[in-house]
Design a protein around this ligand. Sequence first.
Ligand code: NDP
Length: 246
Amino acid sequence: MARVALVTGGMGGLGEAVCIKLAALGYRVVTTYSPGNTKAPEWLASMKNLGYDFHAFPCDVADYDSAQQCVATVEKEIGAVDVLVNNAGITRDMTFKKMDKPNWDAVMRTNLDSVFNMTKPVCDGMVERGWGRIINISSVNGQKGAFGQTNYSAAKAGMHGFTKALALEVARKAVTVNTISPGYIGTKMVMAIPKEVLDSKIIPQIPMARLGKPEEVAGLVAYLASDEAAFVTGANIAINGGQHMY
Ligand code: NDP
C-alpha cells in the first residue's frame, strides 16, 4: 500500500508543488486547507484535471482541536500518516516598534504552534509502526533574522529547535524529523512583496540572482521523505541560492 503523505497548506505556492511531487512519486497525498478557504473545491478540480487525485480536509493548523480532528479524519478515511509536511505558514511583517500582540500571536500560532498541533496526533503512530518522516518548512529568515520579522523569525527558528529535540526522541524508531529552510521562493507569499523591493533589496542578496522555484523545494521534501534519507535526522537543510551560508 502506498504511503500516506499529509501536507499542511498544500493549496499554497510551495505546498502545491510538494503535493504534486509526492503524488508523482506514488504517495497518497492529503492536504489541509483553512476552514474559511472557499477555493478548495476549485483547486481540487483543477488538480484533478491535471491528473492528481488529492484528498483535502479543512483544518486550522493554529488550533489544537481542529488539528486533532483533522488527523483523526485523515486516518479514518485515508490511512495512517507516514509523512507529515508542516508547511502551512503566514507572515505579518512590521517593525518591532509597531508589532502588536495579535500579529505576534497569529504568526507564532500558525507557524510554530501548528507544528506541535499537527505532529502530536501522528508521531506516536509513526513510532509504533517503526517508520515516519516529519518535515518542517522553516525559512532562511529563521536562521539569519529579517528586518520587520521578529514574529516570523522567532517562529521559524523555534521550528528547528522542535526538530532537533524530537529527532532525538524518535531516532531509534526510524522516524526522522528535519527542517527545510528555503530562501526566497517565487510563490504568492513572496510575489506579494512590491516588485521594486524584490528587485532592489531581495534579488541582490541572492548569489544566484533569482528566486527559487517551488519545485526545487519539493524535490528536497521528496528526498527527506524517501527511504534513501533514513540517516538524515535533526538536520536543517538550507535551499536559498547561496543567500545565507552557515
Ligand atoms: P502561501 O501563502 O502560498 O501558502 C501558505 C499556506 O498555508 C496556504 O495554503 C494556507 O492555506 C496555509 N495556511 C495559512 N494559515 C493556515 C491555518 N491557520 N490553517 C491551515 N492552513 C493555513 O505560502 P508559501 O507556499 O509561499 O509558503 C509555504 C511555507 O513555506 C510557509 O510556511 C512559509 O513560511 C515557508 N516559506 C516560504 C518561502 C517563500 O519564499 N515562499 C520562503 C521560506 C519559507 P489557505 O490558503 O487554505 O488559508
